[in-house]
Design a protein around this ligand. Structure first.
Ligand SMILES: [Zn+2]
Ligand SMILES: [Zn+2]
Length: 114
């Protein structure tokens, strides 16, 4: 399930984490670096993982705008525990240009800008 996340360059991931002020874009927990665990009290031993706002399979680019860094728990949640069965949040956006599409889904991440 993680294979679609590999294309983001290290530099893009760092820029995204910086934009988010080192917080998980979804739950806001402090992240200390890419691929590293968050605070000790964080229950699940998460690492900070890059995630496509618009999935690669739907044409989402590997740009910083389309990149969120989220903790492992939020990442599993974003992929519905790995099944990623329900893609209906993207259905309304079929005719929307990619840049606007990204903004619409990014708005669902409370800490997209920290
Ligand atoms: Zn999180
Ligand atoms: Zn993902």
């Amino acid at each position: 399930m993680m294979s679609s996340h590999l294309p983001f360059s290290r530099s893009v991931q760092e820029q995204a984490l910086n934009r988010q002020k080192n917080r998980c874009a979804s739950c806001g927990i402090r992240l200390f670096g890419l691929g590293r665990s968050g605070a000790a009290q964080h229950k699940f031993g998460e690492s900070a993982e890059a995630h496509h706002i618009i999935p690669h399979a739907l044409g989402g680019p590997v740009t910083v705008e389309n990149c969120v860094i989220i903790c492992r728990a939020c990442h599993l949640n974003a992929h519905q525990g790995g099944r990623f069965a329900d893609t209906s949040i993207y259905d309304d956006l079929k005719s929307v240009p990619m840049a606007a599409k990204i903004l619409r889904i990014a708005a669902l991440y409370p800490h997209y800008r920290g």
